[in-house]
Design a protein. Structure first.
Length: 355
């Protein structure tokens, strides 16, 4: 079911111009159905911000129903996507139902990057080709994310807080991956452009799948009772191809009994998961508490365990030079667990999403 629609100049039933005011990419609009209709190609009148628009919907609606539409393409003829949410009465299953819908469309970032590379090599018309190059340019190298400044830029570019920034009237970060993918979706949304062109149809499906994967990470990132959790995936360009760096950052406030000198402190836990050659899969868990940093490395290959174990004394000395007390630093051989995004996608994908 295609739940994307375009508001065009000819669809306006009241007032001048295509829209009453500029709609920013990422904004969520409320639209009330003013005419009864079953959708599925039938014209329906939607009232958005006090103005009526006649559009063709691809899903059933009833008169008086309120839709939530996310702006995924700006400009004179904005592109809107229905925001699917489970009824409030479903309570605790709401998150799972939304995740089911996203997982039915998501695509692994590394697999998606391969499709984007092939599309860029094949060549498409502008501005699509330029947007493709910009999206591919957001893929950092391992040496870049190993640098604090490069890692910060990569994290900002992941688009984790894109909608919050747009809601606050702020522009996307430079090179923000999700914003660029939304712009690419807008360009691909021109039906005349994609009609009858198989490679563009594949590109449309891939871009939407990449956006869904980013939104899974956004759904898993949350804050409750002072506890914050950020989940993100960063595609990396490595020797011989692509890899994926998964990051989970959790910040927890300490209890009142754990306050020191009346200062409220926080515990930081960071988990990194990446696969690199010749190191193989590697899982790193870091905990920072009261100025003490502990780290646990789990590697799948014996020679990697040996190299990391030999480097631990140097790591402890580096921490001390920076005024950080080194805690327990360990390295062991094992099979690193999947990231939380991969685990959720695999677990829920196994459930019948049509249920």
């Amino acid at each position: 079911m295609d739940e994307i629609l375009r508001i065009s100049r000819g669809q306006v039933d009241s007032g001048p111009g295509p829209v009453a005011r500029p709609w920013r990419v990422g904004a969520v609009l409320r639209a009330r159905v003013m005419t009864a209709g079953s959708g599925n190609g039938r014209a329906v009148v939607l009232r958005i911000q006090g103005r009526d628009y006649t559009v063709d919907l691809g899903w059933p609606v009833t008169r008086g129903e309120v839709l939530r539409l996310r702006v995924i393409g700006d400009g004179e003829n904005p592109l809107l996507q229905r925001v699917v949410a489970a009824p409030a009465s479903e309570g605790g299953t709401t998150l799972q139902n939304i995740l089911r819908e996203l997982i039915s469309r998501q695509i692994d970032l590394v697999a998606g990057a391969a499709v984007l590379l092939r599309a860029a090599a094949r060549g498409v018309s502008e501005p699509g080709q330029s947007l493709l190059r910009q999206v591919l340019a957001t893929q950092a190298t391992f040496s870049q994310v190993a640098d604090p400044g490069g890692l910060k830029a990569a994290v900002q570019g992941a688009g984790l807080h894109l909608e919050n920034r747009l809601a606050a009237g702020l522009a996307p970060y430079t090179g923000e991956r999700k914003a660029l993918l939304l712009s690419l979706t807008d360009w691909l949304g021109n039906s005349d452009l994609a009609a009858g062109k198989g490679h563009l149809e594949i590109l449309v499906k891939t871009v939407r799948g990449l956006l869904a994967r980013h939104e899974v990470a956004q759904m898993l990132s949350r804050g409750t009772d002072g506890r914050l959790l950020w989940v993100m995936e960063l595609p990396l360009v490595v020797a011989g191809g692509m890899s994926l760096l998964s990051m989970e950052i959790e910040v927890k406030p300490d209890s009142a009994a754990e306050k020191e000198d009346g200062v409220h402190r926080r515990t930081w836990q960071v988990r990194l998961n990446v696969g690199l050659e010749p190191m193989g899969s590697l899982d790193i868990r870091i905990r920072s508490e009261f100025g003490t940093v502990s780290a646990r490395f789990v590697a799948e290959r014996k020679h990697t365990v040996r190299q990391l174990s030999q480097a631990l004394p140097d790591l402890a000395r580096d921490l001390k030079r920076q005024g950080i007390v080194p805690g327990r630093l360990t390295c062991e051989r094992g099979s690193p667990a999947d990231s939380v995004v991969a685990t959720v996608c695999r677990g829920l994908a196994a459930v019948d999403i049509r249920a």
